[in-house]
Design a protein around this ligand. Structure first.
Ligand code: GDP
Length: 300
């Protein structure tokens, strides 16, 4: 099992890992703020987020009369945590007869792997989980989901390749409510971006079916993003987010990327928080996203 802090080792050994040294080597001067800004931008944090972060840190340091760079560094960490935190609770954990989670994302982002890991994660925590195979476009996607379901030891409701995704969701909800007596249904959806218009219509239809059968469903729509693509993941996510009603992000492949800095700009850019992270290829390499642990891991 790869822990969040370990998985950030590559980012830490890169540009952002220098932040600590920058604060150690400087006094609190204009030059410090400039070097901080440059380092954050080079560390894939994104220009707008960098500006905001430096400004907030600097304002607080000045307002609070902070004189030591050690304390200024702590303010930077706190402001980073603030960028990542969310007031909105994760709706998966609320008491409810059946919680429905849609998982969306582009093929290759790690969507199927994530669903398998999430099934395992919640099963370990006493939930009765069922998977819905609504990515009916690729036969391989259904097969892959079945493999992950078996690994996690949960049931999967699937139709033939090419079947109507709305019908799969209908059956998956019915099965969850009746024969399987599940309290958490995780639905895999198609992820082909080439046919964006159709994809969005498909997601809309799935949402419609879910909301008719289960009060206020879907309760979460999680977008899976490949962290190793850094800022590109964010621009891709913007186009998805608007039409899919995304409520949270799952970041995959955080292990082995040097672009972890991009994570700091996700909530600011997309308006939704990171909820989970994938830190490896195995079933257990998955964790709830913890802003404090993330910042500690990022900066060391
Ligand atoms: P999908 O097409 O979006 O469903 O993607 P898959 O779930 O099939 O994953 C694509 C590839 O990414 C596979 O080789 C996975 O093993 C790999 N992968 C998924 N999540 C992670 C992760 O958190 N870390 C690493 N290192 N690899 C991952």
């Amino acid at each position: 099992e790869v822990k969040l802090e370990e998985s950030l080792q590559k980012t830490r050994s890169g540009i952002l890992g220098r932040l600590g040294a920058i604060f150690q080597e400087n006094e609190i001067t204009e030059a410090l703020w400039e070097e901080l800004e440059e380092t954050l931008i080079m560390g894939d944090v994104g220009v707008a987020t960098t500006m905001e972060l430096v400004e907030r840190t600097r304002d607080r340091v000045e307002r609070e009369g902070i004189k030591s760079t050690r304390d200024a560094y702590l303010v930077l960490k706190q402001e980073m945590v603030r960028l990542l935190e969310s007031d909105e609770p994760l709706h998966i954990d609320e008491p409810r007869i059946l919680t429905v989670v849609l998982v969306v994302g582009v093929n290759g982002s790690g969507k199927t792997t994530t669903i398998g890991k999430m099934a395992h994660y919640y099963k370990q925590r006493g939930r009765k989980v069922v998977l819905g195979a609504a990515d009916t476009f690729r036969a391989a996607a259904i097969d892959q989901l079945k493999i992950w379901a078996e690994r996690a030891g949960v049931d999967v409701i699937a139709h033939e390749p090419g079947a109507d995704p709305g019908a799969v969701v209908y059956d998956a909800i019915r099965a969850s409510q009746e024969s399987r007596k599940a309290d958490l249904l995780i639905v895999d959806t198609a992820g082909r971006l080439q046919t964006k218009f159709n994809l969005m219509k498909e997601l809309e239809k799935i949402r419609g079916v879910a909301s008719k059968l289960v009060h206020r469903a879907p309760h979460e729509v999680l977008l899976v993003l490949d962290a190793s693509t850094g800022q590109n993941a964010i621009s891709q996510a913007k186009s998805f987010k608007e039409s899919a009603g995304v409520t949270g992000i799952v970041l995959t492949k955080l292990d082995g990327t040097s672009k972890g800095g991009a994570v700091l700009s996700i909530k600011r850019e997309l308006g939704v928080p990171v909820r989970f992270v994938g830190t490896g290829e195995k079933l257990e390499d998955f964790a709830l996203f913890d802003p404090v642990a993330f910042v500690e891991g990022l900066l060391g």
